[in-house]
Design a protein around this ligand. Sequence first.
Ligand code: SIN
Length: 334
Amino acid sequence: MPERRLPTIVVLATGGTIAGAQAEAATHAYRAGALDVGQLLAAAPALAQLAHIQAEQVTSVGSQNMTHAVWADLARRVEALSRNPSVDGIVVTHGTDTLEETAYFLSLVIRHDKPLVLVGAMRPATAPGADGPANLFHAVALAGRAEAAGRGPLVVMNEDVHYAREVQKVACAGVNAFASPNRGRAAVMRGPAVHFFSRNDSVHSTASEFSLEMLDKAGWPRVEVIHAGVDLGSDLIDFLATRVQGIVLAGVGDGNATDVAMQALARAMANGVAVVRSSRTGSGHVGRNVEVDDDAAGFIAAGELSPQKARILLMLGLSKTQNSTQLQDFFDRY
Ligand code: SIN
């Protein structure tokens, strides 16, 4: 029988709970990013049956401390590896707190179709029943499969595969913390095999109009999120409008807020700050002119994007244009 060629997979490590270590086995407390990529791989010896692995440590942070500078380094490294014909796929290990943001960002700035899989873990590597080794096994298997190509970055957690645009961390603890609330998961892993349920029809990767070069040129426009609730005032919005190029409203319900907050957002818009309305509810579609007169105020409706993903798309959108009609067009398509 001819010998099966194993794919070459590069694992880029960035830290997170998947590389987390407890000070004592019996305590719940741990430090994210304490272990290096060599230690992560040593805990998953079955990987050798799946692929030839090359490993690189990009950074070692808890993902609450992920930065735009690391995003730029990571994206450039992924781009370079994707141009290397001897590399079949790329895996990024990442903390789970902002994993969905990194995945979405990479889906918009990386111009290639090679399999790219992001993975984390909810339990530190030293915990009983650590989920990291199994998640890493699935990530490496997926990155080596032809079916994973051309779908943009994929996220694997707890045997489920998610598209970058859809995935959300929906619980702060437990191994089943990831979901794709609007459109459902993309696929399931069955050991090293994958079974896809759907195609990814959002714009991403080679079809994306955005790039790191554009962001660098525009100085990575600053966008922040305002979280709406009962009796939200106007002062924080007025202050923010003096500091940022874009504001995302994590609004109640259909992307709404108190009258005074909406008036402050309209003032911000009139002063040249782009305002996107999204929902704090976790799923659904925020459409134009439903409860709020977006046409009058010039607001942009986030559609299906969560506030944290709307923040990324607005930053990228502002690297190209400040025109709210064009920005709305990005939100309708990406
Ligand atoms: C982090 O995001 O780095 C900490 C939490 C985790 O990885 O689960």
